[in-house]
Design a binder for this molecule. Structure first.
Ligand SMILES: Nc1ccn([C@H]2C[C@H](O)[C@@H](COP(=O)(O)OP(=O)(O)OP(=O)(O)O)O2)c(=O)n1
Length: 158
């Protein structure tokens, strides 16, 4: 279960002592190191400010309406999808892709995030706060005891 701490940050209160093994005894966990730090320490706000400067210096705010930025983001989602298109299943860490393809994935996912930050900014949405709120709601909708090891929609066990 997750909740908010005094600073408004999402804190993970889940009991992580349970086994990841499913009923057949297999370890159902795909990633063993998913919770180790992976991202560099740039805040959403720092990234947003850097991008606002990029847009302002080019006098591009006139083009960056919420609708235009949303469409640009969807275009980048398409570009990311193209890298995976017609391939078989791809494993965590993308070992099936070439180094150039992995680099390309990083570029396209960055374009998506840049446009997402831009979109949130154009809509005056405090994105990290909205994400924390949504994660808290997700944890309530999908309680561990009901959702553990199941991929059902929450409506199946309401
Ligand atoms: N009007 C624009 C144009 C570009 N960008 C920024 C956001 C994206 O991170 C990146 C998108 O640039 P391109 O439209 O040139 O798209 P790609 O980088 O994906 O290039 P290509 O389409 O050649 O793969 O640049 C932006 O904010 N506003």
């Amino acid at each position: 279960m997750s909740g908010m701490n005094d600073e408004g940050r999402l804190e993970n209160q889940e009991n992580t002592n349970h086994s990841n093994a499913d009923q057949t005894g297999n370890d159902a966990t795909i990633s063993t190191d998913a919770e180790k730090p992976l991202f560099s320490n740039m805040t959403f706000e720092e990234l947003r400010q850097t991008n606002e400067k990029f847009i302002r210096e080019r006098n591009w705010h006139q083009f960056h309406s919420p609708r235009n930025v949303l469409l640009a983001m969807i275009g980048e989602v398409g570009e990311l999808s193209e890298i995976f298109q017609w391939k078989g299943e791809v494993s965590e860490g993308l070992p099936e892709l070439s180094p150039a393809e992995r680099e390309h994935v990083g570029q396209e996912v960055s374009d998506i995030l840049i446009y997402l930050l831009d979109f949130a900014s154009r809509c005056k949405i405090d994105l990290p706060a909205a994400v924390v709120k949504k994660m808290t709601a997700n944890a309530k909708k999908y309680p561990v005891d009901k959702a553990y090891g199941k991929s059902n929609k929450y409506t199946d066990y309401q």
